[in-house]
Ligand binder design. Structure first.
Ligand SMILES: [Zn+2]
Length: 105
């Protein structure tokens, strides 16, 4: 099991800044929103309801309650690899996981 560790405040900040297109649903690149318009279809960019800070904090509480014990289970059996503070991008996560897999060989 691989745990990708990102500080809660960074998750809240990054998810709070994420915008999706109301029309086509695509997630806007962080640096993309030109005048709040979707780069694909020109639709309005809006925040997802579940990306609001209070909702993200509740999701983190649910994770801590329901999933954290599973993480500890794998840690106690030395079956857990951790990726610390990787960049929260697809490339950053992929690179962090690849580095852990490489180190485990
Ligand atoms: Zn769109």
């Amino acid at each position: 099991m691989v745990e990708i560790r990102v500080p809660d405040e960074e998750l809240v900040r990054r998810l709070g800044a994420r915008l999706v297109c109301r029309a086509c649903g695509v997630t806007a690149a962080p640096d993309a929103p030109a005048a709040g318009r979707c780069g694909r279809c020109g639709g309005d960019l809006v925040q997802r309801a579940d990306d609001r800070a209070e909702v993200v904090l509740e999701r983190l509480r649910v994770f801590a309650r329901d999933t954290r014990p599973l993480v500890e289970y794998y840690r106690s059996r030395s079956r857990l690899r951790e990726v610390e503070r990787c960049r929260v991008t697809r490339r950053g996560v992929r690179g962090g996981v690849a580095a852990v897999a490489e180190a485990g060989r």
